[in-house]
Design a protein around this ligand. Sequence first.
Ligand code: SF4
Ligand code: SF4
Length: 114
Amino acid sequence: MVPKADELPVIKSCDGCGACCQVVTRPPFYQVFQENGEEAWERLRRDRPDLMAELSADYCQSQQNGGPFFGTPCLWYDPSTQRCRHYDYRPRACREFEIGSRDCLDARRRAGIH
Ligand code: SF4
Ligand code: SF4
């Protein structure tokens, strides 16, 4: 049964969570390997060729191995701190992911975080 909005727990902090980062495999940039991308992607291309190379190598390895493409922790997720290693460059999808939203609560539930 779908809970009513006022029955959902109120989440005010991402501290000790990281659930939404644990299933995307790599930073969910829009138009990752095409010419034009979202602003954060363009900034990454301009400022951090090292991160671009890391992303590209990881993607190529997945292509060769037939995956994974989803369902594993993000390449940029640091499990020891439970934070994004390159927070300033995180994609728009990560910036817009709303804490306390139903997707957030679902991610927490799947990860066993309450
Ligand atoms: S699942 Fe929600 S609380 Fe957890 S890190 Fe993501 S936005 Fe924050
Ligand atoms: S916030 Fe960082 S670690 Fe989390 S999904 Fe986005 S890029 Fe990956």
